[in-house]
Design a protein around this ligand. Sequence first.
Ligand code: WT7
Length: 645
Amino acid sequence: MSEEKVYPVPPAFAAKAHINETQYRDMYQRSIDDPDGFWGQQAEAFISWYKPWDKVLDWDFNEPRIEWFGGAELNASYNCIDRHLDTRGDQTAIVWEGDDPAQDKCITYNELHREVCSFSNVLKKRGVRKGDRVCIYMPMIPEAAYAMLACARIGAVHSVVFGGFSAESIKDRILDSDCRVVITADEGVRGGKAVALKAHTDKALEGCPDVHTVVVVRRTGGHIQWHEERDVWLHEIAATVDANCEPEHMSAEDPLFILYTSGSTGKPKGVLHTTGGYLLYAAMTHQYVFDYQDGETYWCTADVGWITGHTYIVYGPLANGAKTLMFEGIPTWPDASRFWQVCDKHQVTTFYTAPTAIRALMREGEGPVKKTSRSSLRLLGTVGEPINPEAWEWYYHVVGDGRCPIVDTWWQTETGGHMITPLPGAIATKPGSATVPFFGVAPALVDNEGKLLEGEAEGNLVITRPWPAMMRTVYGDHKRFKETYFSTYPGMYFSGDGARRDKDGYYWITGRVDDVLNVSGHRLGTAELESALVLHDAVAEAAVVGYPHDIKGQGIYAYVTLVKGIEPTDALKTELIKLVRNEIGPIATIDVLQWAPALPKTRSGKIMRRILRKIAANEIDSLGDTSTLADPGVVDELLANRAHQ
Ligand code: WT7
């Protein structure tokens, strides 16, 4: 490994930052030595509580049971809205930038309050009660945030489904958490094209007989089907309800939301987050990691359908009374300057995006960046996948003009917020490293037998103690929660990622060590993709692996064995690729599909994915030991028929 480059904290940045290096060291130490004292103090500083807690933390990673701020009461919507009204009611809460550069608007905290109260009363009018689950399938418009906050206000549990998912995926998620109400829009707009959200919802609901209400937001006015007894226009029903809605008093451990994410086996699981710990951690990481200062405009380019959007577009920034930008469009529409034009137009100070977007824009060259000013930018961030040092350097020098620190934030849907990340005023950065743990986070590396590794090492990344925003269970399946995260290395939370720790204690995430793919920062389970492929009558068996992809980080490589007697054709290939897209969504577009007369299996019948990964990555000189295969000849056949990448 070549000696890494180090970018020190700019002294002027450190001088004004919330946390400098000494403060980071002191606070981190205290957070580990005295977690109850540390978190109790932060909870008082960041959150308004109706009722204080009896106990800061109660936990057991073997059961597993995690309880933060037991006995305390609060409301997330109150914390994100009401408590700011006296001091910043007329300040902007959400800056919305439409797909069309001519469309934008600012929503003040007062307006946000009105909209969320009204939306809350709409939900109540349609029978939604505390504890009920509500599915939100929305484009990136302010109503998506109103809907989330309205659920939080009345104690309903939202389950946001990314607007790019298919009808089949929506159906599975609605059924798994028994949602009876769905909130959607007529259509979404992205890159100048309409997305048929209501039509997808209608199709999904053919399989969801218990859904009695679909609240529809009018975004485009495009033609949609209407089910009189089930569908209501938001603007029509909102005109019939009260303007005010008192927030429900929720227990700290009451569920706030469910968000589905892919794992190495089975269908996506419902990650359950609760109220007190999550909100505290969202607010605190937003303030410290982005060094958010009053009056700044902060922009996270994620979609609210992902955890990044939940924590760093909605809950974290709004809990802090910040100005959060919500962008409906895509980085390359109308052209590759869009991100930077939006930065100039709204004087964005903090810009947070995914490495895949950076790599895609990098390919367009410096021109589209350099024709914009970007002088308002102060801090850059990345999330979602490892960033290659080349993309990091381009982001730093070309986008940030060498002025802005970069925070490379490692975390997961399950962790609720940042886990390993620099604090920009405290930690010198190294391109490609997520650096050091956030307060209270205790990362460790273990070998495959679970032995803790000390000092410089490479291994499996685990977390040895709870942090406030960690998931509490898999919705409806606590056993799966335990099996997935606490059984591989008993007594520790297993992230599913591998990492290296260098001589300075910095972490370098090397990527997933399980059967999960990370395609353009989106998580996909190989098992889900395989299940979709075998739905086709012609398919006998399928195995899917990831391979290195210049832009997407990982691409999807599928090996397909056809039923005896069926001839492989290009038409069939196209059909299979389409099938998987229809089952899951466009993010699940197979990049390479190879016909496999047979798959390499051990004598006990287990597919040897290691070999399939090597072939997909073109690392055919280092296939490793193939002697345990039931039929080693299978490998030669796969090599001879390799598909083009
Ligand atoms: C997986 C989690 C965190 C919100 C977005 C994705 C990978 C995430 C980084 C990073 C290297 C990263 C990991 C992780 N990942 N951030 N900064 N460096 N890898 O959330 O869909 O739950 O995926 O994304 O592999 O396990 P997610």
